[in-house]
Structure formats: C-alpha cells, structure tokens
Design a protein around this ligand. Structure first.
Ligand SMILES: C[S@@+](CC[C@H](N)C(=O)[O-])C[C@H]1O[C@@H](n2cnc3c(N)ncnc32)[C@H](O)[C@@H]1O
Length: 202
C-alpha cells in the first residue's frame, strides 16, 4: 500500500471538509449542509448532460468544489466551467486548488449569472448546476435566481438542481417546460435531483 499517498489524500479530504464545515458554521442558512455531496449524487446528477454539446457549464454554490473536478473531467477541452459562490472562504479555496485554464471562480451571487456569463465572453450557458439551499435563501432570492437561470440557458440546455427538499422543484416549475426528477439515497442527507429542460417555445 502507498502510505504517503493515502495520507496525502486523507489530509486533502479532511482539509476540504474542514473548510466546508467552517463555511457552514459561519453561514448556516446560505450553506444548508454540513457535508459536501457524495460521489453517488455527483455521478447521478451529471449523467444526463450531453457533454459533446457543452461549451459553457455554470455551477452555483460550488462550496469547496465537490462537483468541479468531475465536471472538468467530462467537459470538452474548449469548454468553460464558471462557478459562482457568495462565500469568499470557498472562492479563495477554489482559486488555490483548481489550476485548469477552463476553470473560472467568481465571488458573487447566482442572481447575477447573466452578467457573469457575459463577462466571460459567452451569450448563453449550456447547463447550470445548483447546489443552493433554495428553501433557506433570503426571501425573493430563489425565484430571482430561477428566472435569471432560465434566461441564460440556451434552448435545449438544462438547469440541474439537487436538494434535500423537493421544494426546489417549485422554483423551477414556473419557467422550465419539462422537469425530470430522481432520488439519491447515498448522500448525507438523501437528496432529490431535478433536471429542468429548456424546450423550444411555440
Ligand atoms: C449546500 S452548499 C453546496 C455544496 C457543494 N456544491 C456540494 O455539493 O458539496 C451551498 C452553497 O451555496 C452558496 N450560496 C448560497 N447562496 C448563494 C447565492 N445566492 N449565489 C451563489 N452561491 C450561493 C453557499 O456559500 C454554499 O457554498
């Protein structure tokens, strides 16, 4: 067994969880979870993305980047991953740990996704992934984010949402024509997954 490498991996995992937990202690309602998502949630959530058609992938609330490497592993070489988080602790952590030139970490709110995507030289996003705790965000923020997300996604793209509560679907339903759902039991806590597809209108 390669002990130093195992040690390094354990140190990295606990370091990452420690930063995530500190963010939760400081802003419990904005973070909404004490442990990052499981690899089962990540695999299930990303399984419906058509990666060959994906050039711009946006993630809201990356935290310590649990989804970031799996997204980068699947993203085409000329793609972009733009992650947006309100917590400077997480954005500093991500900036230090992800050196891939396709990766862009932004300190800001998901409500400003349109301006952020345009500032990165794109008109539309192909997919937007959200780990935001919709039900505990300040009043009005969830609906504003869902509306801006619908506008920035191209036709044929999707809004990917995972949450402990099925209420997240209520924020998506006024905008997204078709919503698929699933459930991942192997997560702390077990979570609901939704894919809101932007269909051609008319
Ligand atoms: C449940 S954590 C997500 C953790 C991570 N994505 C995972 O799967 O392990 C929610 C994240 O949303 C961020 N957040 C809360 N409100 C936000 C907003 N309006 N815009 C962007 N990020 C926000 C928090 O700082 C936190 O990093």
């Amino acid at each position: 067994m390669d002990r130093p490498s195992l040690k390094r991996r354990a140190a990295r995992l606990f370091g990452q969880w420690g930063v995530f937990f500190r963010g939760f202690i400081e802003h419990p309602r904005m973070v909404g979870s004490i442990i990052p998502s499981s690899r089962f949630t990540i695999a299930r959530m990303l399984s419906r993305v058509r990666w060959d058609e994906c050039k711009v992938f946006v993630e809201y609330g990356p935290g310590v980047g649990t989804f970031c490497q799996p997204v980068l592993d699947r993203l085409p070489r000329d793609g972009k991953l733009i992650v947006i988080d309100t917590n400077p602790l997480y954005i500093d952590y991500l900036d230090k740990h992800f050196t891939d030139p396709r990766f862009h970490a932004v300190l800001g709110s998901a409500a400003d996704v349109e301006a952020i995507v345009r500032a990165h030289g794109a008109d539309r996003a192909d997919y937007v992934l959200s780990g935001l705790p919709f039900s505990t965000l300040p009043e009005g923020v969830g609906p504003a984010i869902a509306e801006a997300t619908y506008r920035i996604i191209r036709t044929g793209g999707a809004f990917l949402v995972y949450q402990f509560s099925a209420k997240a679907r209520n924020f998506m339903a006024p905008h997204f024509e078709r919503i698929e759902s699933d459930f991942e039991p192997l997560n702390v806590l077990p979570c609901q997954l939704f894919w809101g597809w932007k269909e051609p209108r008319g």
